[in-house]
Design a protein around this ligand. Structure first.
Ligand SMILES: Nc1ncnc2c1ncn2[C@@H]1O[C@H](COP(=O)(O)OP(=O)(O)O)[C@@H](O)[C@H]1O
Ligand SMILES: [Mg+2]
Length: 282
């Protein structure tokens, strides 16, 4: 077995112990796919457009498990090389239970100097920090969380968002969220008009899905090829995952672990059935 079906940089994995192979399968993996490439290209084009009085904004919309946070993570890495700076924050990572304004200041890096003052008025400090750090965009993961708080809090957040994308900050706000975020934006016609809404699709039977499966397989430490991109596997995977990214990734990972443990060393429909019946029984 020469491992030709595995990409060169990963072939060393065939020499690992069973426990190490399982860990390597369980690690998060990033496979480039057209959904994510398109989303990142749209964000790049938006951030690199000349400053406008009314900065363009975007909502990347997808259900839980569609790959939003993974795109944000990838964007963080890629955008480090851009001249235009992006600040990131996720509303679910909020152990201090800060409100939206405080989280925002945190994300921009302005919180230390600002919080010392009592009840700072947002605009003056923000303007200074945004200009100093050349921040052009704010990326907000779990955007729906910002918009689903109680009504008075929600109104404050909406007005803060409006303020950020207008003068003097002119920040592009790029939210990643579920359709709840889209519905919340609909409450405010003015805000909705500023947002371009882009939907992340589910997988379907297509060349791009076969390419995704082929690329995934090249990263698995299995001695034999599984040919997941062949018609029967593709149909089985779609039927059992509804094409949701998270379900697809879990099914392949759990199946790879079954195939390692039972020494079959490739994934077929039987292995996938076993993985579905109990993903943690290996
Ligand atoms: N391009 C990708 N390549 C490989 N795995 C991915 C990719 N995108 C998402 N995943 C995996 O799918 C799962 C769900 O993705 P996540 O980004 O958390 O979705 P969401 O934020 O929309 O709920 C995670 O386990 C993640 O590692
Ligand atoms: Mg997420």
């Amino acid at each position: 077995m020469n491992g030709d079906h595995i990409k060169e940089s990963k072939r060393y994995m065939l020499g690992l112990s069973i426990e190490q192979k399982i860990k390597s399968v369980q690690n998060d993996l990033w496979i480039e796919c057209p959904h994510s490439t398109l989303a990142i290209r749209m964000i790049s084009n938006m951030v690199k457009s000349p400053p406008q009085i009314q900065a363009p904004c975007m909502l990347i919309c997808g259900e839980g498990g569609s790959g939003k946070t993974s795109i944000v993570r990838q964007l963080k890495l890629i955008s480090e090389r851009w001249n235009e700076k992006i600040s990131f924050f996720a509303l679910n990572e909020n152990p201090g239970n800060l409100n939206f304004r405080e989280l925002l200041l945190d994300a921009i890096g302005a919180s230390n100097s600002v919080r010392k003052k009592t009840r700072p008025s947002l605009p003056a400090e923000l303007e200074e920090f945004i200009t100093l750090r050349r921040v052009r965009a704010l990326v907000i993961d779990e955007f729906h969380d910002a918009l689903l708080s109680n009504r008075p809090e929600q109104l404050k957040t909406l007005s803060l968002l409006k303020g950020l994308s207008g003068e003097p900050y002119c920040l592009s706000v790029i939210g990643f969220g579920t359709s709840l975020a889209r519905n919340a934006l609909r409450h405010d016609a003015q805000l909705l008009r500023r947002y371009y809404i882009h939907d992340l699709p589910r997988w379907n039977e297509s060349e791009v899905f076969r390419a995704f499966l082929a690329a995934f397989e090249e990263n698995l430490p299995l001695k034999k090829p599984s040919c997941l991109y062949e018609s029967a596997s593709v149909k089985f995977i779609l039927a059992n995952t509804n094409g949701l990214m998270d379900n697809v990734v879990k099914l392949i990972k759990h199946s790879a672990i079954v195939a390692i443990k039972n020494e079959k060393e490739f994934i077929d429909l039987d292995v996938m059935r076993e993985a579905i019946s109990n993903p943690w029984a290996f």
